[in-house]
Design a protein around this ligand. Sequence first.
Ligand code: HAM
Length: 422
Amino acid sequence: MDKIQSLKGMIDLIGNKSDSKDFAESIFTTEEVLKNIFTNYGYSEIRTPALEDADLFKRSVGDSSDIVNKELYSFLDKNEKSITLRPEGTASVIRSVIEKKIDGNTHKFWYLGPMWRYERPQKGRYRQFNQAGVEILGYPEGVAELEIISLILSINTILNIEKSLIKINHLGNKDTKAKYCNALLEYLKPFVSQLDQLDQSRLKKNPLRILDSQNEKTKEILIDAPIIKDFLCNKSLKMLEMLEETFSKDCKIEIDFQMVRGLDYYTGIVFEAISDELGSQDSYLGGGRYDDLSEQLGGKKLPCIGMAIGIERLALLANKNSDDKTLISFIILSSNFEEKAYKIAHNLRIINPKIVIDVQLSDGSLKSKLRKASKNKAKYAMIMGEEEIKTSKIILKPLVEENSEQIVMSVDEMSSFVKDIS
Ligand code: HAM
């Protein structure tokens, strides 16, 4: 019979606690770290459904975006209603706030969960991926911009992300965007026939998106194109300069007037954090202000800013820089004294929470258990057989240092040894 396999671009995350560099494990740890940071910043959790009315994303992320144009998982349900697996979280948060008439003028939300985009899978790009995001609702341009960049810095610091560059730009308000789009259209008129199909359709739907073009010819044509900087008011330019100045002492941050981001709802500040350690999919988070989205979806005027983090990409970076946790494989050679061994393992874990003690549960020979310990990259094996249990001793066998002898220790000596492991 044919084997049933997972769908292309959708991965199983199967944890392996005994390997601190395991990808799935770093994803789970990264998620926990992010939840803590969001909570410490005073954000509340919001959990919206994975399925939404297909129109939600057309009216928010926008018809001109690749996400809506090519990447939506949309289908008809049994009632012939067109529904979509969410490709991002922002539109759902705003839909929910409008629909539930949530009280209060200001809110700070965080969310975490799977998103779906029908993209061409490659390293760091999946069809089902996980995002953690925050949305700050009800704050006009100002302090919320500072908070969100400060949040990125906290994430970078806590997860040890060193090689990060934060790029920022300002898209102006609706009118500025419209004026700039017209100027781009005017400039590109003589070149239209030289653009490929995709860029021609971008030009029709949202000329701003042409700045994202990967086509070499288009890039060449765009060298002399008008830039948004010349259309921004003083206040917007000052905002960009203020952000750059405030944070440049603590991180690499630069203004990039070419960056427009791939979602239509943005106005005002937009940003992305990239790392060249990620390869071609180098952006591990992105966001910006979207002051008109609430009204666009039938709600009241609500200035908002937010961002979303690609968990898989962030975990890859965090994993690279994480310290190796010391793994000790605890080998018990008789089921008669498992209870005593468990108590010892429990106490050792309390003495030094930085170590991982993997009690090998299976039956089997000492040789096969040692082989498993080495395979899991354990630094030591702790062995207890009949003799050791009688004399309350434990054998400590180093597994990575060559030619090092095993040592017999008392339980107290083992506690002191474990305490000193850094
Ligand atoms: P986005 O830039 O489309 O923004 O996605 C945010 C992050 O999700 C990206 O920087 C990337 O790390 C990750 N990501 C996107 N697509 C994939 C994929 N196919 N595979 C793996 N990771 C991926 C948004 O989604 C906006 N909702 C952000 C936002 C929140 N703006 C305001 N509030």
